[in-house]
Design a protein around this ligand. Structure first.
Ligand code: NDP
Length: 232
C-alpha cells in the first residue's frame, strides 16, 4: 500500500512512518524544517522524505504529484500555541489554522483524485483531546483541532459512498517535542490525572492511526487515545 504521512520527521508522525515501513508498505512523508531528523527517519525506514510546508497549497500539489496514487493519508503535521487569547496575534492565529487545518485540506484535496478513481482509500486526521473539550491557554490550537473533528465527520459522510473512509485520532498528552516546553511538574500532574497513570507515547498513537486506516466498517469516528484523561 502507498502511505503518506504529514509531519513524519519527528514524534507521532515518525512513529507512524516506522510502523507502516515495518509492515512493508511504501511510505512517503512530508516535513517542514528538520532536514536532519527527516533523513534519519528516511534512512532507518526506507521511507521517502519530502520537504514541504503543508500550509503551501502549491508545494503540497507538487509533493503529491511525485508520490502517485495514495491508499492511506495521515494528516498529522501540526503546531501548537500556548498563551492567553488576548496575547495571540492575528498572524499567529492564521498560521496555526494554515498548518493544522488548511494543511489537512490541501493534502486531502491532492490525494483524493486517485482515491476517487479507484473508489478506495482511508484518511486519518490527527486531532487532539483539546479539540473535543477545549484547553485553557490553547484556544487557537483547540479551535483548529475541533475544526479537524467536524471536517472528519463531514468528509466521512461525503466520501463514504465512494468507499473512502475518514476518521480521526484525538491524542491525549503524548511525550514528543511538542510537549518539551511543558514544565516537568505540570507533566507529572497530567500523568497523575490520567486513569492509566502514564503519559502517552508516539507509538500509542501510531497504532491507533493504523487501526483506523485498516478497519473496513469504521468511518466518521474520533478515537480518543488519552489513557482515559478525557472520556466523552
Ligand atoms: P512534533 O512537534 O513532535 O512534530 C511535528 C511534526 O509536524 C514534525 O514532523 C514537523 O516537521 C511537522 N510539521 C510542523 N509544521 C509543518 C508544516 N507546516 N509542514 C509540514 N510539516 C510540518 O509533534 P507531535 O508528534 O507531538 O504532534 C503530531 C500531531 O499530533 C500534531 O498534529 C499535534 O497537534 C497532534 N497532537 C499531539 C499531542 C502531543 O501531546 N504531543 C497531543 C494531541 C495531538 P519538522 O520536523 O520539519 O518541523
Amino acid at each position: 500500500m502507498n502511505i503518506v504521512i504529514t509531519g513524519g520527521s519527528r514524534g507521532i508522525g515518525a512513529a507512524t512512518v516506522r510502523l507502516y515501513a515495518a509492515r512493508g508498505d511504501t511510505v512517503s512523508f512530508l516535513y517542514e524544517k528538520e532536514h536532519e531528523a527527516a533523513q534519519v527517519v528516511s534512512r532507518e525506514t526506507g521511507a521517502r522524505a519530502i520537504c514541504c510546508d503543508v500550509a503551501d497549497a502549491r508545494a503540497v500539489s507538487r509533493a503529491f504529484s511525485e508520490i502517485g496514487p495514495v491508499d492511506v493519508l495521515v494528516n498529522n503535521a501540526g503546531i501548537c500555541h500556548y498563551g492567553l487569547i488576548s496575547q495571540i496575534t492575528p498572524d499567529e492565529w492564521r498560521r496555526i489554522f494554515a498548518v493544522n487545518v488548511d494543511g489537512a485540506f490541501y493534502c486531502i484535496r491532492a490525494a483524493l483524485p486517485s482515491m476517487l478513481e479507484r473508489q478506495s482509500g482511508a484518511i486519518v486526521n490527527v486531532s487532539s483531546m483539546w479539540g473535543q473539550v477545549g484547553a485553557s491557554c490553547e484556544a487557537a490550537y483547540s479551535a483548529t483541532k475541533g475544526a479537524l473533528i467536524a471536517f472528519t465527520k463531514a468528509l466521512a459522510k461525503e466520501l463514504g459512498p465512494s468507499h473512502i473512509r475518514v476518521n480521526a485520532v484525538a491524542p491525549g498528552v503524548i511525550q514528543t517535542d511538542m510537549c518539551s516546553g511543558i514544565a516537568s511538574e505540570v507533566l507529572e500532574s497530567l500523568r497523575e490525572e490520567t486513569p492509566i497513570e502514564r503519559l502517552g507515547t508516539a507509538t500509542d498513537i501510531a497504532q491507533a492511526v493504523a487501526y483506523l486506516a485498516d478497519a473496513p466498517f469504521v468511518t466518521g469516528q474520533i478515537l480518543g487515545v488519552n489513557g482515559g484523561f478525557v472520556i466523552t
